[in-house]
Design a protein around this ligand. Structure first.
Ligand code: OGA
Ligand code: MN
Length: 207
C-alpha cells in the first residue's frame, strides 16, 4: 500500500500574487520573469514585428470580430505553445509553473490558455473594457507582461488603468512588470501611448 503525496513547495512569489488576487482581484509583480527571460521575449517580439507577422487587433469573437480603431489600436500576434523557440518556451515554462501552482493551491481548474504579443503604435489605446465575451466565460485570469525599454517614462502614457469601485489603479508598463487580474470582474483601459508599447497579453481559462 503506497500513499502518494505530491508535495508542492511553497513559492513566496506566487503566494503574494494569490493573496493580492484574493484581496484586490489584481496583482502586480516585477519579478515574475527573470531579466534574461524578459530580454529573450522582447527580442523575439521585435523580430516578429519586423518580419510583420502581426495583425490589427479586433474586438468580439469568431465571426463577430470587427476592427474598431476608436476602441482598440494595437497589433497582435498569437503565440503557439507548439512553436519551439527560446522565447515562447521561456514564457510558457514560467506560465505553466504558475498554473500548476494555482491549480494545486486554489483549485482554479485552469486547463487552457491563450496569449498574444501586442504592440501599441504611437497614438493608440484600448478603451475601457472587460476581457470576456458574450456567452463565453472561460477566461478567468488576465495576464499582461510588459516588454518595453528600461526607460519608460510617465509622459509616454500607456498606463493600464484598472477600475475598482473605490478607486482607479494606474499601472505603468515598466519592463518585465507582470499584471494579473480577474478577467470576469475588473474593467480596465490602456491609455493612449506616446511611444510604441510592447507586451505579451493573455488569459488563463477553464474549458
Ligand atoms: C487587453 C488589455 C492591457 C495592457 O489586451 O485586453 O487590456 O496593459 N491589455 O496591455
Ligand atoms: Mn483587456
Amino acid at each position: 500500500f503506497a500513499l502518494n503525496i505530491i508535495a508542492m513547495e511553497l513559492n513566496p512569489l506566487y503566494e503574494t500574487i494569490i493573496t493580492d488576487l484574493l484581496e484586490n482581484q489584481y496583482a502586480v509583480c516585477d519579478t515574475f520573469f527573470s531579466e534574461e527571460a524578459v530580454q529573450i521575449m522582447r527580442a523575439e517580439l521585435e523580430n516578429k514585428f519586423e518580419t510583420s507577422e502581426f495583425k490589427k487587433s479586433a474586438i468580439g469573437q469568431n465571426s463577430d470580430e470587427i476592427i474598431k480603431d476608436e476602441i482598440r489600436g494595437d497589433y497582435i500576434f498569437w503565440l503557439n505553445e507548439e512553436d519551439k523557440n527560446e522565447a515562447s518556451e521561456t514564457f510558457f515554462n514560467q506560465i505553466n509553473d504558475f498554473v500548476a501552482y494555482i491549480n494545486a493551491t486554489c483549485y482554479l481548474g485552469i486547463s487552457n490558455k491563450e496569449f498574444h504579443y501586442a504592440i501599441y503604435p504611437e497614438g493608440t489605446f484600448y478603451k475601457r473594457h472587460l476581457d470576456v465575451f458574450k456567452n463565453d466565460t472561460r477566461r478567468k485570469l488576465s495576464i499582461v507582461c510588459y516588454l518595453n525599454d528600461e526607460n519608460w517614462q510617465p509622459e509616454f502614457g500607456g498606463e493600464l488603468v484598472i477600475y475598482k469601485p473605490e478607486e482607479d489603479i494606474k499601472i505603468y508598463p515598466l519592463k518585465g512588470r507582470v499584471v494579473i487580474f480577474e478577467s470576469q470582474i475588473l474593467e480596465h483601459e490602456v491609455k493612449p501611448v506616446q511611444r510604441k508599447r510592447f507586451s505579451i497579453t493573455g488569459w488563463l481559462k477553464t474549458s
